[in-house]
Design a protein around this ligand. Structure first.
Ligand code: FES
Length: 163
């Protein structure tokens, strides 16, 4: 049977801009640190050292304080939790455009991997909006934005990366 899933295009990643806006809304206030870290984790899936340094710089905090907070709370992750990470946007535009089906596919893959003893193969996360609503529904797979994604295109892309 011929594969009819459309090819996935490369698109601009707006998450850095969205993150900047979120920090700006908080007035780059030091006491907004936890909320800022939450936003970063939701947008990027985990808190890289570069991201923590950026937060420290923008919030005018010592990097040790930012790292201390990020490591104290176990809901923050300093690295991807799996070999591949699918961040499924479930914000309104993406939800209306079919994010639920994409989330189901990604979760099902994740469960299947766990059942065969490969639990660290695919991690699935949700975001409220990654700033690309015009491309809904959107999934970020290993940092790559996959726009206007169908269930079959997601299946195909996950097959291609071996997730
Ligand atoms: S709701 Fe998904 S990118 Fe905005």
């Amino acid at each position: 049977m011929a594969d009819t899933a459309p090819a996935v295009k490369e698109v601009k990643d707006n998450r850095a801009k969205l993150f900047e806006r979120a920090m700006s809304r908080q007035g780059y206030a030091a006491d907004a640190l936890i909320e800022v870290l939450h936003t970063a984790q939701e947008l990027f899936g985990f808190l890289s050292m570069d991201r923590l340094r950026e937060v420290a710089r923008k919030l005018k905090l010592p990097p040790s304080r930012v790292l201390g907070v990020a490591t104290f709370y176990n809901f923050f992750s300093l690295q991807p939790k799996a070999e591949h990470t699918a961040l499924v946007c479930t914000g309104t535009a993406c939800y209306v455009a079919g994010a639920r089906g994409l989330l189901d596919v990604a979760r099902h893959r994740c469960e299947k991997a766990a059942a065969r003893g490969a639990a660290g193969k695919l991690g699935v996360q949700q975001a409220r909006c990654i700033g690309s609503c015009g491309l809904a529904p959107v999934v970020v797979l290993d940092g790559r934005i996959l726009p206007k994604l169908s269930v079959s295109a997601l299946e195909k892309t996950l097959d291609e990366v071996g997730a």
